[in-house]
Write a protein that binds this ligand. Structure first.
Ligand code: PLP
Length: 391
């Protein structure tokens, strides 16, 4: 077997995203035992910084070992018991996945469906919740990665709490890239993923639980069906070092360094950087005559879904960008498959220079498909947006 030397790619899809060299270096630090006192200090640092990034004081804040989907499962298997009513506002692929996980927990899942491309409407959720007898949890995907649509959380928290239910939030694509305030907004259970705006490789799913959520977990009549994702046991492991599983030590080094970078930059500055580069992308795409799926005011700065023009085979454009520019972007999911490109500007990668590189590559790729745009129009518009933003 030969050595594996992966090529350098610009990862501008739905994740993973390129990581800062400091994060890559952190992973090469000598391995420690997972109960080594020095590693226990690393675990404490990670929990403290995660609280800051989630903007919470929740004691139960930790990274679940596993990707974002493990966070989804952990959130639901700990809260839901068979027969519980679980309401979810769906507006894309990941909302549907949450609903499916809820069904596998044996819950009565009530979906409040929205078209892909729309935010979740709090009035529709409120009406549905009001029509039900007892709701255990309401869930929503903050940043729906299949469409790039952002849904405000505060109105949904009010609806859930009024009904005596918990608010469960998927912040996989939003956390550390767009304003997020777990405590101020009344979020009870929130999970994310490390490979997006946090800026680490895939493999961990940070999660936080409010006191309300802990009480619901304490009041369970049945055991959590997953041993691995039992958050009470995970909290005992992270807080009291009661052995549960072997933490992925090198991944946690990486997360610690990524979180240090997030906080060195400052959350507000990081959110602003994501907004700044996204504005340049929107300007460039607009000048090229391309339509963004998410309506203005509900766009996720870290992920933009853009419609491929009629007659342009979307996969060929992605292949061209990959082959000739070393740029990876993602295709569409579910009903948007074959119709959109999904462009990520996440964490370390959310820069104006990456936007300009992508737009010029896209222009080439589109010209190759016979879709002519005035040479440099996208790049020029993005540059104007950057100057206007900085003025
Ligand atoms: C909104 C959202 N939720 C959950 C997930 C699942 O995360 P993972 O693929 O890391 O398991 C993703 C992944 O892209 C996502 O975008």
């Amino acid at each position: 077997m030969d050595d594996f030397n992966p090529p350098t790619r610009l990862l501008m899809g739905a994740g993973p995203s390129n990581i800062h060299p400091r994060v890559a270096n952190a992973m090469t630090a000598p391995l420690l035992g997972h109960l080594d006192p020095d590693f226990l200090g690393v675990m404490d640092d990670v929990r403290e910084m995660l609280r800051e990034v989630f903007q919470t004081k929740n004691a139960a804040t930790l990274p679940v070992s596993g990707t974002g989907t493990a966070g989804m499962e952990a959130a639901l298997v700990n809260v839901l018991e068979p027969g519980d009513t679980f309401v979810i506002g769906t507006n894309g692929y990941f909302g549907e996945r949450l609903a499916e996980i809820g069904r596998r927990c044996g819950a009565e899942v009530v979906t409040v469906e929205h078209p892909m491309g729309s935010p979740v409407d709090p009035d529709a959720v409120k009406a549905r919740v009001a029509s039900l007898k007892r709701v255990k949890a309401v869930a929503v995907v903050h940043a729906e990665t299949s469409t790039g649509v952002l849904t405000p959380l505060e109105p949904l928290a009010a609806i859930a709490h009024e009904a005596g239910a918990l608010l469960v939030v998927d912040a996989v694509t939003s956390l550390a890239g767009v304003e997020f305030r777990a405590d101020a907004w009344g979020v009870d259970v929130c999970y994310s993923g490390t490979q997006k705006c946090i800026g680490a490789p895939p493999g961990l799913s940070p999660i936080t639980l409010s006191e309300r959520a802990i009480e619901v977990m304490r009041a369970r009549k049945t055991k959590v069906q997953s041993f691995y994702l039992d958050l009470t046991m995970l909290q005992d492991y992270w807080a009291q070092r009661v052995y549960h599983h072997t933490a992925p030590v090198s991944m946690i080094y990486a997360l610690r360094e990524a979180l240090r970078l997030v906080l060195e930059e400052g959350l507000e500055a990081r959110w602003a950087r994501h907004a700044h580069s996204a504005a340049a992308l929107y300007a460039g795409l607009g000048a090229m005559g391309l339509a963004i799926v998410a309506p203005e005011g509900h766009r996720v700065p870290s992920l933009t879904a853009v419609r491929s023009p009629d007659g342009v085979p979307e996969a060929d454009v992605r292949k061209y960008l990959f082959a000739h520019h070393g740029i990876e972007i993602s295709g569409g999911l579910s009903e948007l498959a074959g119709k959109v490109w999904r462009v990520g500007l996440m964490g370390h990668n959310s820069t104006v220079s990456n936007v300009l590189t992508f737009l010029s590559g896209l222009e080439n790729a589109l010209a190759g498909q016979g879709f002519e745009v005035a040479a440099g129009a996208g790049v020029a518009a993005a540059q104007r947006s950057v100057r206007a933003d900085l003025a």
